[in-house]
Design a protein around this ligand. Structure first.
Ligand SMILES: Cc1cc2nc3c(=O)[nH]c(=O)nc-3n(C[C@H](O)[C@H](O)[C@H](O)COP(=O)(O)O)c2cc1C
Length: 195
């Protein structure tokens, strides 16, 4: 945090007050929570998709390149197992198929997509075989997160899914974290006001 003079937002693995407390210790201005807000009753993600997240233990959340050649963190499932059995060539072929189908649903022209991919490669040591899947990941992501297709979709996840087992509404979640923070602060200060 000391290396830059702009506010830093910490992200990854936060789900309760230990996250905000930890980031305060390291000096971050705030935190981002992805998976925690995904798993709320206000989230529009279909119930069928939320269920494997809620059921997952920490060791059930895995990182796989089997979907399209890029690493995706997601709850282990029959889909992941069968994709991993199908191998890397099949993953790249899937990425090409997604690339061919991607511009229409995304409202992008093919020339525009190629331009964007070139920009992603610019100045970085990235092969087309990496950039192409990155461009098309929204297809399998939409299949699960929007359409509820757990059989074909990528269920992007933080490792923290393994310790989340409830679906509070966002307001209750924020209230809970604030109450935990106040209690933690009280414990630290012995109830004295810090100013
Ligand atoms: C629904 C969802 C979609 C995500 N999509 C992407 C993505 O497109 N690219 C990426 O690099 N990470 C993606 N992630 C991973 C997050 O950026 C983040 O690294 C991860 O969720 C850890 O934060 P968390 O513990 O608060 O969830 C996604 C995570 C979720 C839950």
């Amino acid at each position: 945090m000391d290396a830059v003079d702009i506010p830093v937002v910490a992200a990854g693995g936060f789900h309760d007050v230990r996250g905000p407390a930890g980031r305060a210790r390291y000096g971050a201005a705030g935190i981002a929570m992805g998976t925690r807000f995904l798993l709320t009753s206000d989230s529009t993600v279909p119930d069928a998709v939320e269920a494997p997240y809620l059921a997952a233990a920490v060791t059930d959340v895995t990182v796989t390149t089997a979907v399209d050649g890029l690493p995706h963190r997601m709850p282990r499932s029959e889909l992941v197992d069968s994709l991993e059995r199908s191998g890397r060539t099949a993953a790249l072929l899937r990425a090409v198929r997604h690339a061919a189908a991607f511009p229409r649903p995304a409202g992008l022209s093919r020339p525009r997509m190629v331009c964007d991919r070139r920009a992603m490669r610019h100045g970085k040591d990235r092969a087309w075989s990496q950039v192409l899947p990155a461009a098309t990941t929204p297809m399998p992501l939409k299949a699960s997160m929007v359409d509820g297709r757990t059989d074909t979709g990528v269920m992007a996840s933080g490792q923290v899914a393994g310790v989340i087992g409830d679906l509070p509404c966002c307001a209750d979640l924020v209230d809970r974290i604030m109450a935990e923070a106040a209690a933690a602060l009280d414990r630290l200060t012995g109830g004295r006001t810090v100013g």
